[in-house]
Write a protein of this length. Sequence first.
Length: 167
Amino acid sequence: MTLKTRTAGLLHSLQAAVLVVLASTAAASAEQAEYMGAGAIHSPYNCSWPTGVEMTRARYIPAEISDGDVSIVTLNFAVGGVNVYNFRGGLSQRRNWRRGMGRSIWGALYFMGTRPSARVLARQEAVYNSTADVGASDNIRLRMRIRNFNGEAGCGVTVSLMLRHLD
């Protein structure tokens, strides 16, 4: 087999794989609403990282307007890692803590050995005048406290995000 034939075969296989990924992504996005934005991770206590304020890009899929019963918060760190937190039900403002599940990507995929928990401090429309109607608001502010952040037992941080609904 010539190099040209092998290259053409590899390119065809790669194109087919990309089409499968794009089709599955389009199907998944039709089933769920999501918010994208950015914010800061701050006020750490008992953490080896972060030690101060860290900027983050974020994705939020609320259970209330998705075809599922899980709210998902994804945090992308400037230092190269990603944390994904799943919580059953909607993330409305409340006093009690909600247990979740966490996964982390730092060069490889890890399940957080110490289960995270979160308490939503605020979920409001971005204009700060009322509690967010997630089904109708395009811009929301989500602020939450996460315990066992990044899988580190006892580590707690506050996450403050500004998010925009994606169509």
